[in-house]
Each structure stands twice: as structure tokens, then as C-alpha cells.
Design a protein around this ligand. Structure first.
Ligand code: NAD
Length: 264
């Protein structure tokens, strides 16, 4: 299958690093013009420079906006008013006991992981419907289906994304716009890789050993026995954004290395 997205405009939130960056590169490789987003001028400029060097023919824009805020969402849509493809990737997690999480922790994470996608979809999807074509992808997590006890707030946001994605797919049925979510498992993104590096340093072990410990203790149901790469996740996103994926909507597609044991 040859995926071609020439002429399509894509917005990928949180795309200076990690999974978002790999998605941005995948979409660019398929010929789409891509909007990169991050919080700092410097990181956005660096990502833009690096990605332009890889794809000199492709059109890119960089938008500095903190998508945990309403102002950030307004900046995004003011600078990129239109998109054929929206990948709601931005999100984060910080392990903390349920009993230590204060109200602001819950609300702050909800703003970033959930409301960023709600706000972006509310802006872009009506125009996609008007053109009769669009692709919306929410990057959820296996933590949205198997809630981790050390990140219940994160699990809550990732379940919420699955609900929003399915509901929005229902709302836009028959319009040519598809809405899906992708469910990564432990992935070697910037944040998880930094976490594993820090664990390795503090325990005097290698990063690979730290990853194996993590899988053994936190994700023992993995079938891969390794973290997935950001490219492996991006490949699924690229497919679901393609013309060829026109029959897939309202779905939650897994790239979780088999961590989730249920079939359905
Ligand atoms: P990452 O931290 O490696 O990259 C996140 C990107 O988002 C960076 O470019 C960062 O600069 C940007 N960003 C962070 N906060 C932002 C904000 N407020 N406004 C704008 N940009 C912001 O993260 P990742 O691991 O690649 O995660 C990407 C998505 O994948 C998240 O939604 C995450 O929940 C999901 N996910 C990750 C994993 C994993 O193991 N890494 C597993 C399942 C799901």
C-alpha cells in the first residue's frame, strides 16, 4: 500500500518530540504539509529546522502554543485556521499516588490531555465536514483501558479521549470525516526514554535493563517484551489518516505490543 497525502494539511499537536514528532515526519513523508506545535520558541524552531532538512520539498509551519490553556488553543487555530488532518497527540503523565493528587493535578491534566483535543476538533471538524473529507486521530493509551494505579488521573484522561473519539465519530457519520483513536503501549518517546534514563542512573543499571524492569513489574502482559518505537505508533496513525483508511471510523486501534489482554 502506498500512502499519498499530497495536498492535505495536517496539524499535529505536541510534535517537537516523541510520538508527535514521528507522526509529523510520517505525514510529511506521505506528502502532507504539516504544522508542528510545542511550547517553546526554541524547541519549535529546532524541530522545524530538523524536519525541513529531512523533507526539503514539504511545507511546514511551527506554532508555539501551550495547549493546556484556552489562549494556547486560540493561538493554534489563529495561526493554522484550517486542517484536513488533525492529530490530537499532545499529552503527558506524572506518576503520583491517588492520595497525593490534589484537585489542580486532576484539572490541569484534563486541560492538557483532554480539552486540547476537544478545542482543536471543535474548530477544525466543521470545516472538514464542509469539504467532505477529514481525518481526526486522538492519541490515547493502553492506560485508558487498563488504568495504572500510580497514574489514575492519566488513565482517566485517556479513557475520556476514547469516549470523545467514539462520540465524535458518531456525530460526523456519513460526512467523509473519520474519527479514530490510537492506543500506544510503552513507547520510546522523549518522556519515557528520559524516565528510563533517570531510573537507570539512580539504580546503577543500563537503560535497557530499566526498560525490562519496567515491563516485568508494570506491564507484565507485554507480548513484545520491549518498548515500541515512536515510528511504530506513527505508522498506525499514518494509515488511519490515509485515503485508504476510509472504511475505519469510531475505532480504537492498538499499537500496544499486546499489553491489553482483551480481544475486543
Ligand atoms: P513526549 O513528552 O515525548 O512528547 C510530547 C510532546 O508534546 C513534546 O513535543 C512536547 O514539547 C509537547 N508538549 C508537551 N506539553 C505541551 C503543551 N502544554 N502544549 C504544547 N505542546 C506540549 O510525549 P509522548 O510520550 O510522545 O506522548 C505523546 C502522546 O502519546 C501523549 O498523549 C501520551 O499520553 C501518549 N502515549 C504515550 C505513551 C508512551 O509510552 N510514550 C504510551 C501511550 C500513550
Amino acid at each position: 500500500m502506498h500512502i499519498v497525502l499530497k495536498g492535505r494539511k495536517a496539524v499535529v499537536t505536541g510534535s517537537t518530540a516523541g510520538i508527535g514528532r514521528a507522526i509529523a515526519e510520517g505525514l510529511a513523508r506521505a506528502g502532507a504539509s504539516v504544522v508542528i506545535n510545542g511550547r517553546s520558541e526554541e524547541r519549535v524552531a529546532t524541530a522545524l529546522r530538523e524536519i525541513k532538512a529531512l523533507f526539503p520539498e514539504t511545507e511546514f509551519a511551527g506554532i508555539v502554543a501551550d495547549l493546556s490553556t484556552l489562549e494556547g488553543a486560540a493561538t493554534l487555530v489563529a495561526e493554522a485556521p484550517d486542517a484536513d488532518i488533525l492529530v490530537n497527540n499532545v499529552g503527558t503523565a506524572r506518576p503520583k499516588s491517588f492520595f497525593d493528587l490534589v484537585d489542580e493535578d486532576w484539572l490541569d491534566l484534563f486541560q492538557l490531555n483532554v480539552m486540547s483535543g476537544v478545542r482543536a476538533a471543535r474548530h477544525y471538524v466543521p470545516k472538514m465536514i464542509g469539504r467532505g473529507w477529514g481525518r481526526v486521530v486522538f492519541i490515547s493509551s493502553e492506560s485508558g483501558l487498563a488504568i495504572p494505579k500510580e497514574m489514575i488521573d492519566y488513565g482517566m484522561t485517556k479513557t475520556a479521549q476514547l469516549a470523545i473519539s467514539r462520540g465524535l465519530a458518531e456525530a460526523v457519520g456519513g460526512t467523509g470525516v473519520t474519527v479514530n483513536s490510537v492506543i500506544p503501549g510503552p513507547t520510546n518517546s522523549e518522556i519515557l526514554s528520559n524516565w528510563m534514563k533517570a531510573t537507570a542512573q539512580s539504580q546503577g543499571i543500563t537503560q535497557q535493563e530499566a526498560e525490562q524492569d519496567f515491563l516485568r513489574t508494570m506491564r507484565p502482559t507485554t507480548l513484545l517484551n520491549r518498548f515500541t518505537s515512536t515510528e511504530e505508533v506513527a505508522n498506525m496513525v499514518l494509515y488511519v489518516c490515509s485515503e485508504q483508511a476510509s472504511g475505519t471510523t469510531g475505532a480504537a486501534l492498538r499499537v500496544d505490543g499486546g499489553v491489553l489482554r482483551s480481544i475486543g
